[in-house]
Design a protein around this ligand. Sequence first.
Ligand SMILES: C[S@@+](CC[C@H](N)C(=O)[O-])C[C@H]1O[C@@H](n2cnc3c(N)ncnc32)[C@H](O)[C@@H]1O
Length: 260
Amino acid sequence: MASLPRFLKKYLFAAFSSLYLFTVGFWSARHRVLLSQICEHFGLGKPKARIPKIGNWDLLKGSTSVTLCELGEWDGNVAINELAIISFLVSKNSPKKVFEIGTFDGRTTLNIANNCASDAKVFTLDLPRKDLTATGLKVEDGDKKFVNKDQIGQRSLSAENSKITQLYGDSATFDWTPYNNAIDFLFIDGSHSYDYVIKDSLTALKIVKDQGLILWHDYDNRFWPGLTTALNELYSTRPEFKGLRHIEGTSIVFLQHTRQ
Ligand SMILES: C[S@@+](CC[C@H](N)C(=O)[O-])C[C@H]1O[C@@H](n2cnc3c(N)ncnc32)[C@H](O)[C@@H]1O
């Protein structure tokens, strides 16, 4: 209740500012940006990429060696240059504990594991198709075809890599407590809706250690506008996400997490 007067003050300020914006304010280009953001927020048009870009040249310098396997790309896999960049970041940072949301056929899982140290652990979580009707948040239709598969992680399972542990469940309802403040590298490529991206990103803040890396896939992808809107919003409203950077020539966004 104590925060009601503060909220009321904000509400009235926003209401009068909107009145100004929709009458004379829109003559200013700066304010017209706000109009586009409102349209974007309510789902009109493709959201613009607003996270600052970082060039490959800056990110990939140095002589870190990378091994790649299972290069064949199926619908749902990351692009081959993205696979190389993810593997490079793993190899360079040498994480001891990695978590992946969205195992799919195990291609990214296996490449991550192959670029980790021999004592590293790679946990990978995927939603079994039998659980599709009982998820914590609504799964978008576009995601359902990737959930609906006979086997999860067949490429990594057939490689029998002992660093990998496959987990089954919904990222929105999964019990994350055993992973709190324990993960050095997190790759998020599960459900792509606005709500899931916000939920998975907030989970990331809890499970990733200070200075650990968080990667998201499919930013600025026309098929997943909710994901772009969610990351834009986190970038512009939450100080924990101010360091988000979009890797040029890819749909990968990354953050070096600083625990507050
Ligand atoms: C686009 S695929 C991941 C592709 C993988 N990164 C690669 O490049 O090989 C997305 C995966 O996330 C899984 N998924 C979707 N919603 C999920 C959820 N709520 N929790 C866990 N996994 C989910 C899907 O079953 C699917 O296998």
